[in-house]
Design a protein around this ligand. Structure first.
Ligand SMILES: *Cc1c(COP(=O)(O)O)cnc(C)c1O
Length: 351
C-alpha cells in the first residue's frame, strides 16, 4: 500500500526543495551553497543536557540585539532563517490568502508557502533585477506576506532602498513585508533595520549561516517590532534551539566573534573582486553580474556545459540555467583564494 495518497493533496504535489546538499555531487570544492569555505573553532561551555533549553536563550537574543542595533524585544531566534520564513507564513496567512515573491530569488519562499497550502503570486524582477512596483501593486489583493531578498540570492543584487520604502508604504495595514537580509554582512550599510521604527509590518530575516560561517549550526533571526515578534512567539516551537546551538551562537556574537566575522567579510570581498577580475578575462564568460553577497552570478556562452565540466572534476557550483531569466547562468560561491583559482583554471581549460 502506498502511503503518499494519505498525505495532504498539496504535499502530494510537492517536490522537496532542491538544496545544494540534496543535489549531491562528488566534489572536493564546494561552491554551491554560499557557505563560508572554512570553519571557525568553538568549544562547548555548557555541558548540561538533562534540562530543556531556554525557549529564547537570553545570551543569544541580547548578543544579536546588540550586534544588530535593536532591543532584545525586537529579536526572535529560530532554527535558521528558513524557519523564520515558515513561521511568518504560518502566523499570518489564512488558507485563502497568498504570498508574493519576485523571481529569480531564494527557493524557500515558494516551498514554505506550498507546504502550508498557501497560494503563490509571483511578480518577476525587472531586467536589471529590481522590483516591478506597479505590477506588485496590481497583484496585492489577497496577499498577506511579501518576500523580498536583498542582497538577492542568486543574482547578488541589492534592491533599491526607495523601492523597498515604496513597497512598505503600499502594504501598510495590508501585508507583512519580509526583507531577507541573509547576506547583509557583506553590505551592512544597506540594512533596513533603521526602518523598523517606521514600519510595524516590516520583518527582517538574518542568519549565522553565511558571514558567521555557521551554516551547520542552524541558527537564524527575525528582527521586527514587538507586536510582530509577539505573533511569531505564538507559533514557534517551545524549544527551537538545542543547548549546544545556543551556546555556540552566543559565543559567535561576542566581541571576538563579531571581529572574526568582520575579518571574514573583508577577505571574501577581496576574493570576490579577484575572482571577478579573473573571470572577466575568460572568453566563455558573457557577463558577470554585480554582487553584494559572498557569491557571483555569471552568465556563460554555454552555462550547462561549464557546469557539467566542473562537476565532473569535483568542483560543485550552482546551476541556474533553468531559473527564470537566468539561462546559461551559474552561481559561484566565493571560496578560499586557492579554490577560486582552481575554478578559474578549470574553466580556462574547457575547450
Ligand atoms: C541562506 C539563506 C537563508 C537562511 O539560511 P539558514 O541557513 O536557514 O539560516 C535565508 N535566505 C536566503 C536568501 C539565504 O540564501
Amino acid at each position: 500500500m502506498s502511503i503518499s495518497p494519505l498525505s495532504r493533496k498539496n504535499i502530494q504535489a510537492l517536490t522537496p526543495y532542491q538544496s545544494a546538499r540534496r543535489l549531491g555531487g562528488k566534489g572536493d570544492i564546494w561552491l554551491n551553497a554560499n557557505e563560508y569555505p572554512t570553519s571557525p573553532d568553538f568549544n562547548l561551555t555548557n555541558r548540561t543536557f538533562n534540562r530543556y533549553p531556554e525557549p529564547q536563550p537570553q545570551a543569544v537574543i541580547e548578543g544579536y540585539a546588540n550586534y544588530a542595533g535593536v532591543q532584545p524585544e525586537n529579536v526572535l531566534v529560530s532554527r535558521g532563517g528558513d524557519e523564520s520564513i515558515e513561521l511568518i507564513i504560518r502566523a499570518f496567512c489564512e488558507t485563502e490568502d497568498s504570498v508574493l515573491y519576485c523571481p529569480p530569488t531564494y527557493g524557500m519562499y515558494a516551498v514554505s508557502a506550498e507546504t502550508c497550502g498557501i497560494a503563490l503570486k509571483t511578480v518577476p524582477l525587472t531586467a536589471d533585477f529590481q522590483l516591478n512596483l506597479p505590477e506588485i501593486e496590481r497583484n496585492l489583493a489577497g496577499v498577506k506576506v511579501v518576500f523580498i531578498c536583498s542582497p538577492n540570492n542568486p543574482t547578488g543584487t541589492l534592491v533599491n532602498r526607495e523601492d523597498l520604502l515604496a513597497l512598505l508604504e503600499m502594504t501598510r495595514e495590508k501585508a507583512i513585508v519580509v526583507v531577507d537580509e541573509a547576506y547583509i554582512e557583506f553590505c551592512p550599510q544597506a540594512t533596513m533595520v533603521t526602518e523598523l521604527k517606521n514600519y510595524p509590518h516590516l520583518a527582517i530575516i538574518r542568519t549565522l549561516s553565511k558571514a558567521f560561517a555557521l551554516a551547520g549550526l542552524r541558527c537564524g533571526f527575525t528582527l521586527a517590532n514587538k507586536g510582530l515578534i509577539d505573533v511569531l512567539q505564538k507559533v514557534i516551537a517551545p524549544y527551537p534551539l538545542p543547548v549546544p546551538v545556543a551556546d555556540i551562537a552566543a559565543q559567535a556574537l561576542q566581541k571576538d566573534g563579531l571581529q572574526a566575522m568582520q575579518q571574514r567579510v573583508q577577505e571574501i570581498l577581496q576574493n570576490r573582486t579577484a575572482l571577478q577580475t579573473e573571470l572577466s578575462k575568460l572568453a566563455c564568460v558573457e557577463k558577470i553580474f554585480a554582487s553584494d553577497g559572498n557569491y557571483l552570478l555569471v552568465k556563460f556562452k554555454d552555462g550547462p556545459k561549464i557546469f557539467k565540466a566542473l562537476w565532473d572534476q569535483g568542483i560543485i557550483l550552482r546551476n541556474q540555467h533553468s531559473a527564470l531569466m537566468l539561462e546559461n547562468c551559474i552561481r559561484i560561491t566565493i571560496g578560499t583564494a586557492e579554490e577560486n583559482q582552481r575554478v578559474i583554471e578549470a574553466i580556462a581549460l574547457i575547450p
